[in-house]
Design a protein around this ligand. Structure first.
Ligand SMILES: [Zn+2]
Length: 142
């Protein structure tokens, strides 16, 4: 299963440097998947990708597809962002808890419903002129 893709006309919110540690993650995004590294030693999931496991310092990982399901933990609205982000202001930045147990900082895409702390949200892949990124949005209505 792949995550929904939302096309945005703006460049990605950050300059992305793809390294040997992050290559698999960014390749996964390009294929519609949000991949989480799982430590081969202690099985802990972590994010962002890094060279060593934050739990046991092991250096080997496998990759697990995130479901995309999450809960809105917190958010803030930014009205006067740094110049790099001006085209995106105002924007909402959220902390979400993925169902896999990862707490993640990400943009919260606008929706016709006001965001509610504790409500279900979902990860989406965002397509930009300079590549892929990710964001969250309120979960689809049932
Ligand atoms: Zn570990």
């Amino acid at each position: 299963m792949t995550l929904p893709v939302v096309t945005l006309g703006l460049k990605r919110p950050l300059d992305i440097e793809v390294t040997g540690v992050t290559q698999t993650f960014w390749s996964g995004l390009a294929e519609g998947q949000f991949l989480l590294p799982r430590c081969s030693q202690c099985s802990r999931l972590s994010f962002p990708p890094r060279k060593v496991c934050p739990g046991c310092h092991h250096r080997d990982f496998t990759w697990v597809k995130a479901s995309g399901r999450a809960t809105l933990y917190s958010l803030t609205r930014i009205h006067n962002s740094p110049p790099r982000y001006n085209l995106l202001s105002p924007t909402s930045v959220a902390i979400i808890d993925l169902d896999e147990g990862i707490r993640l900082l990400t943009r919260l895409l606008p929706d016709d419903r006001p965001p509610v702390i504790g409500a279900a949200c979902e990860l989406v892949i965002t397509r930009h002129p300079d590549g892929m990124h990710y964001a969250a949005r309120p979960a689809a209505r049932l």
